[in-house]
Design a binder for this molecule. Structure first.
Ligand code: ADP
Ligand code: MG
Length: 240
């Protein structure tokens, strides 16, 4: 579903992605772990065209991601993104935040968007918060609205960029359990996270990235339990 082949990306003189090659199959959950500044967010942002890349190829279902091509609009609809800071519209209710994309991007009829929006908010455990404005919601609830909003676009894959890093510890579990359910339902997911328990239990594969290169990748349990490279071992020792 998603393929990266020898992707390079610099900001000015600093090369932050130094030849990233990886793929994500349909229905797979891939966790990306690694130190701060290693290029994890940049990878996600390149996949859905929020950021350009300098060389190499990124394909989503065979279509090349080019943020300057008209096809990027369709690719962004197919690949939703959930951010660390939820990026909800503060002056719109939870439900209005969820139906925004379907109505304005997908041109869905309002009634249908509303009905599906309510169902999606129920799916993330927020039936009672439909008319609530984001500032009145906890961080965990806001993140669940953001997940419902991502799902409202009926994406083929969802990219999560540290979805629980901004949350108080007691709110992390609710968000992770929504993500776990999505994974069980077969959603294709790429998740940048420091939640090693989630990565171990839910991910099919883990990529460990450091300094803009994939140092190690493989089945979640083998990378996390028996890392082969010293840099992976060192990182895991520090986060676990
Ligand atoms: P991570 O998500 O792993 O913490 P990022 O992908 O955000 O890492 O960043 C990788 C590197 O690229 C960092 O050194 C960061 O400072 C730099 N970087 C990220 N975005 C920009 C930008 N828009 N302009 C300049 N440098 C950036
Ligand atoms: Mg990041």
């Amino acid at each position: 579903m998603i393929e990266l082949a020898n992707v390079h990306k610099s900001f000015g003189k600093v090369e932050v992605l130094k030849g990233i090659t990886a793929s994500v199959e349909k229905g797979e959950v891939v966790c990306i772990v690694g130190p701060s500044g290693s290029g994890k967010s940049t990878i996600l942002r390149c996949i859905n065209g929020l950021e350009s890349y300098d060389s190499g190829d990124i394909l989503v279902e065979g279509a090349r991601v080019d943020r300057n091509a008209p096809s990027i609009v369709a690719i962004r609809t197919q690949v939703s993104m959930v951010f660390q800071r939820f990026n909800l519209f503060p002056h719109r209710t939870a439900l209005e935040n969820v139906i925004e994309g379907p109505i304005f991007v997908k041109k869905e009829p309002r009634a249908a968007a509303l009905e599906r929006g309510r169902a999606l908010l129920a799916q993330v455990g927020l039936s009672d918060k439909i008319e609530t404005y984001p500032p009145q919601l906890s961080g965990g609830q806001q993140q669940r609205v953001a997940i419902a909003r991502a799902l409202a676009m009926e994406p083929k894959a969802i990219l999560f960029d540290e979805p629980t890093s901004a949350l108080d510890p007691e709110l992390v579990g609710d968000v992770l359990s929504v993500m776990r359910k999505l994974a069980d339902d077969g959603m294709t997911m790429v998740v940048v996270t420091h939640e090693m328990g989630f990565a171990r239990d839910v991910a099919d594969r883990v990529l460990f990235i450091d300094g803009g290169v994939i140092v190690e990748q493989g089945p979640a349990k083998s990378v996390l339990n028996q890392p082969q490279h010293a840099r992976t071992q060192d990182f895991l020792r520090r986060v676990l």
